[in-house]
Design a protein around this ligand. Structure first.
Ligand code: SAM
Length: 248
């Protein structure tokens, strides 16, 4: 029985699994991180192509089954991927996963704290649309700004819900995430920029003036006060964040 609380929608279409792994362009030098191997459909393909696979699975029942059936070059870790210290793992070069939807956002931010060359990830389609959105679109969000600041994101294909069992309520997308060598632009303080971005999108329908007044009082000399955050580019948000970082 699949456990809903762990977001268990197992991939049952081998051609999708093959394409997902193919997009990663693995070589025998690659060490691949996989979050949630489940029944191992992706894991086994990864193990054929890469030097080593590190797979983190939270469900002990699945870990017990995988333990005896996975190839030797798979290192299986039992635990919550959000709590595992990635610094203590062998230095992985790529990430390939069909992610549990509930942790899509925190695990993506956690990935971006580590060093790797490419991630190929299956997300819910609406999450993927938010990752690749642009100013002015309804999907443009805190996620778009914070992730695109650190990585290039590209939707590679859509995957029908019928490719999973049990079938989820929504379709999915395969996304390529490529970390930027340098962030998209410079900011004075990244933590402040991320927090400020979050605050702005908490009031996405209000003018910037409103959010700034709520947070910092009346500051009339700032740019973009009459715009809404959903129309600002990530760089413009960064510029505003820098001015406030100095003023506050
Ligand atoms: N990779 C498999 C596949 O494609 O069929 C399973 C994908 S299923 C969408 C997500 C998997 O992640 C499940 O096996 C689930 O138990 C596991 N999982 C859920 N939350 C997790 C977490 N916090 N850390 C590690 N694994 C997790």
């Amino acid at each position: 029985m699949a456990k809903q609380r762990f977001g268990q929608h197992f991939l049952i279409d081998l051609s999708v699994a093959n394409r997902e792994v193919g997009y990663a362009k693995l070589t025998k030098d690659d060490i691949v991180l996989e979050i949630g191997p489940g029944q191992g459909i992706i894991t086994r393909l990864l193990a054929q192509k890469a030097k080593q696979v590190i797979a983190i699975e939270i469900d002990q029942r699945l870990v017990d089954k995988l333990k005896t059936t996975l190839p030797e070059n798979v290192t299986l870790i039992s635990g919550d991927a959000l709590s595992v210290d990635f610094q203590l793992l062998p230095q992985f070069t790529k990430i390939v996963s069909n992610l549990p939807f509930k942790i899509s956002s925190p695990i993506t931010f956690k990935f971006l704290e580590s060093s790797f060359s490419k991630a190929i990830l299956i997300y819910q389609k609406d999450f993927a649309e938010r990752l690749v959105s642009i100013p002015g679109k309804k999907e443009y969000s805190r996620l778009t700004v914070s992730v695109s600041y650190k990585a290039h994101c590209r939707v590679l294909e859509e995957v029908s819900r019928s490719c999973f069992s049990p079938e989820p309520k929504v379709d999915s997308s395969i996304v390529e995430l490529t970390p930027r060598k340098k962030p998209m632009f410079d900011v004075e303080n990244e933590q402040f920029f991320f927090e400020f971005t979050k605050q702005l999108f908490n009031h996405r329908r209000k003018k910037i003036r409103y959010t700034i007044k709520t947070l910092y009082g009346n500051l009339e000399q700032l740019p973009y006060l009459d715009q809404r955050v959903e129309t600002l580019t990530p760089e413009q948000i960064g510029k505003l964040s820098d001015i406030l970082w100095y003023l506050k």
